[in-house]
Design a protein around this ligand. Structure first.
Ligand SMILES: Cc1cc2nc3c(=O)[nH]c(=O)nc-3n(C[C@H](O)[C@H](O)[C@H](O)COP(=O)(O)OP(=O)(O)OC[C@H]3O[C@@H](n4cnc5c(N)ncnc54)[C@H](O)[C@@H]3O)c2cc1C
Length: 499
C-alpha cells in the first residue's frame, strides 16, 4: 500500500536553488544535535542546525536530565563509591541487552569519566550527594542516584555503584541540561534555523550532499559540504511506524516532545540504511518505585513476576510485555507512610482493606491468590530472604494489615480521576544502525557517504533493555563523536549548484 508521505531522496541535479549551506548540516536540536554541533564547530566546521520546532530542546529539554555515567566520576568518588569501566560495562551489557553493541558499550564506558567532565565544563552543575531511595525522578537536587545497579541479577555481575548523574535541580532537570548544551553550541559558533522540517536527503553520486526541508509551507534546499547528521529523535509519535515495528507500544502514553515522528529514520531508510532493535522500547511504568520496593507487584493471577526493587523501567517492560499491563502494586500502611510525600507523586491507594481476602475481592484477583503470595513473601521476608524474585534484603519486611492496592493504569492521574489509562508512557529505542564514529550503515554494512546519525534516531547503547540516563548519555556521547566525524569528512566541493 502506498504511504501517505514520502521520504524518497532527491538528486542534487534537480536542485535549482540552495537556500543556505554549511560544512555540516544537523537535523534536530535536542541533546544529540547540540552535542554534535558543539564538536563539529570546535573542529572548525561551519555548522547549521535545522530544527522543526521554534527553538532548541526537543524531548531532551522535557526529560529528567539523568545521564548514565560511571567508571569513577568525581561525583561518585565524592559520594564514597569506587567504580570501574569494567563494572559499568558488566551492568549495562545485561541491563540493556540482549543484543548490545559491544563496540559502543566499550567506547562509552571507557570514555564515561571524560564525558562527565565535558558536561560539567559546559556548565551543567552536579551536586556531589546521593539520593538513596528508588525513584523515577528524585525531588531533591542530589547529583547521584541508583538506577537498579544494586538489584538482582546485577549484584551477581559486578560491584554495584550508583551511576545516575543528575543536573542540580529537583525533579526534572532536562531543561537545565539543554539550556547549557544549546548555549555551548551557539558559543562554539554553530548557526541554527528554526521552524524547518527536514523531509528528504539530497544525493549526488551516492553521497549525501544536502536536505530538502519545509519552512512555513515553503520548500527549502540546504547544501552540506561535508555531511548531514540526523539527530531527529525516535519514532514514538508515528503510529504507522509503531504498528510496523513496535506494535506493543501502540496505545501507550508517549514520552516525547511530540516531534519524534521517525522522519530522520525514514529518510535514511529510503537510501538503504540499516535499522536495529526497532521493536524495543522504554516502558515508563506508572508506579512509584519507592512503593514497589517496599511492597509486592502482582499480576492479575495474584503472582509476583519480578524483584520490585529493580530499575522501574525493567518492571514496566515485564508488566507490559509479559503481563499485558494487568498488575497491582500491593503494600501495607507502614510501607505507604515510609515514603516521603514528595516521592509519592500524588498517588493514593485505589483499594484498601483490613484483610488480603477482602483486597482480592476489591481488586478482582482470584480467591486465595494474593493470600498465598503474601504468606510466602512474609515467611521468607522474616528470614531476610526472597528466593522467589531475589529482592534485596534491605527492602524485605513482612507485610501486615491494613493493606492497600494501587492500579498502575489509574496511577499518576488525579486522585478524583477514575479513568483507566495505559499504565505506562513509552519511547522507542531502535533506530538507524551506526558505527562508533556515527556513520550510518547501509544494509550491506558499508557507511553511506556523507550521512551520520546519533541520539534516538539511531540505535545506541540500549538494545532491548533500558536504563534511565542511557538516552541522554549515548545521545550526547555519540552525538559528539558523530559531530567530530562529520566535521572531518572530506569536503564535497561539487560545482554546478547555484546558491
Ligand atoms: C519526561 C521525560 C523524562 C525523561 N527522562 C530521561 C532521563 O532522565 N534520562 C535519559 O537519558 N532520557 C530521558 N528521557 C528520554 C530522553 O529525553 C530522549 O530519549 C532523548 O532526549 C533523545 O534525545 P535526541 O537528541 O535523540 O532527541 P530529541 O531531544 O527529541 O531531539 C530531536 C529533535 O529533532 C527535531 N526533529 C524531529 N524531526 C525533525 C525533522 N524532520 N526536521 C527537523 N527537526 C526535527 C525535534 O523537534 C527535536 O527537537 C526522558 C524523556 C521524557 C519525555
Amino acid at each position: 500500500m502506498a504511504r501517505t508521505r514520502t521520504a524518497a531522496p532527491r538528486q542534487a541535479s534537480e536542485v535549482t536553488t540552495w537556500h543556505d549551506e554549511a560544512d555540516v548540516l544537523i537535523a534536530g536540536y535536542g541533546c544529540a544535535g547540540a552535542s554534535a554541533a558543539w564538536e563539529a564547530a570546535k573542529a572548525g566546521a561551519d555548522v547549521l542546525v535545522l530544527e522543526r520546532a521554534s527553538g532548541p530542546g526537543g524531548t531532551s529539554a522535557l526529560s529528567g536530565g539523568e545521564v548514565y555515567l560511571g567508571g569513577g566520576t568525581t561525583v561518585q568518588k565524592a559520594c564514597g563509591f569506587e567504580d570501574t569501566p569494567e563494572a559499568m560495562a558488566a551492568f549495562l551489557r545485561t541491563a540493556l541487552g540482549p543484543g548490545v553493541d559491544e563496540d559502543k558499550l566499550a567506547a562509552y564506558c571507557a570514555g564515561s569519566v571524560d564525558h562527565f567532565t565535558w558536561l560539567a565544563d559546559r556548565g551543567i552543575p552536579f551536586v556531589p550527594s546521593l539520593y538513596d531511595d528508588p525513584s523515577w525522578m528524585p525531588p531533591t537536587d542530589d547529583g547521584l542516584m541508583w538506577l537498579g545497579e544494586r538489584s538482582w541479577p546485577f549484584t551477581e555481575l559486578a560491584t554495584p555503584a550508583p551511576r545516575g548523574h543528575r543536573p542540580a535541580t529537583g525533579h526534572f532537570g532536562g531543561w537545565l541540561l539543554m539550556d547549557k548544551l544549546a548555549a555551548a553550541a551557539k558559543d562554539a559558533g554553530a548557526r541554527d534555523a528554526f521552524d524547518v522540517y527536514v523531509e528528504r536527503l539530497v544525493l549526488d553520486g551516492g553521497r549525501v550532499v544536502g536536505v530538502i526541508a519545509k519552512q512555513y509551507g515553503e520548500e527549502r534546499a540546504y547544501r552540506a559540504r561535508r555531511g548531514v547528521l540526523l539527530t531527529t529523535g525516535g519514532f514514538v509519535d508515528d503510529d504507522e511506524m509503531l504498528a510496523q515495528h513496535a506494535p506493543k507500544l501502540l496505545g501507550m502514553d508517549k514520552i516525547s516532545c511530540g516531534g519524534e515522528d521517525g522522519s530522520g529514520i525514514r529518510m535514511a531508510q529510503a537510501l538503504g540504511a540499516a535499522v536495529k532493535h526497532m521493536s524495543a522500547g522504554q516502558v515508563g511504568f506508572h508506579a512509584v518505585p519507592a512503593f514497589m520496593a517496599r511492597g509486592v507487584v502482582v499480576n492479575n493471577r495474584g503472582q509476583r513476576f519480578i524483584n520490585e526493587d529493580t530499575y522501574p523501567g525493567r518492571i514496566g517492560q515485564a508488566a507490559l510485555f509479559g503481563q499485558g499491563m494487568g498488575c497491582w502494586v500491593v503494600l501495607d500502611e507502614a510501607a505507604y507512610e515510609q515514603v516521603p510525600e514528595g516521592e509519592r507523586w500524588g498517588v493514593l491507594p485505589h483499594e484498601t482493606a483490613a484483610t488480603l481476602a477482602e483486597l482480592e475481592t476489591l481488586t478482582g484477583l482470584p480467591d486465595g491468590s494474593l493470600q498465598a503470595t503474601v504468606a510466602l513473601y512474609n515467611e521468607h521476608a522474616t528470614n531476610g530472604e526472597d528466593p522467589v524474585c531475589h529482592k534485596d534484603p534491605r527492602w524485605l519486611r513482612p507485610l501486615e494489615p491494613p493493606f492497600a492496592a494501587i492500579d498502575p493504569t489509574r496511577s499518576f492521574r488525579g486522585p478524583n480521576d477514575a479513568a483507566v489509562g495505559s499504565g505506562a508512557a513509552v519511547f522507542t529505542l531502535g533506530g538507524l544502525e551506526t558505527d562508533v564514529a556515527g556513520q550510518v550503515l547501509h544494509v550491506d554494512g558499508e557507511p553511506i557517504p556523507g550521512l551520520f546519525a546519533a541520539g534516538r534516531a539511531s540505535s545506541g547503547l540500549a538494545a532491548w533493555g533500558y536504563i534511565s540516563g542511557t538516552s541522554l548519555g549515548d545521545g550526547t556521547f555519540f552525538g559528539r563523536q558523530a559531530g567530530r566525524t562529520a566535521a572531518a569528512a572530506v569536503a564535497d566541493n561539487h560545482a554546478g549548484v547555484s546558491r
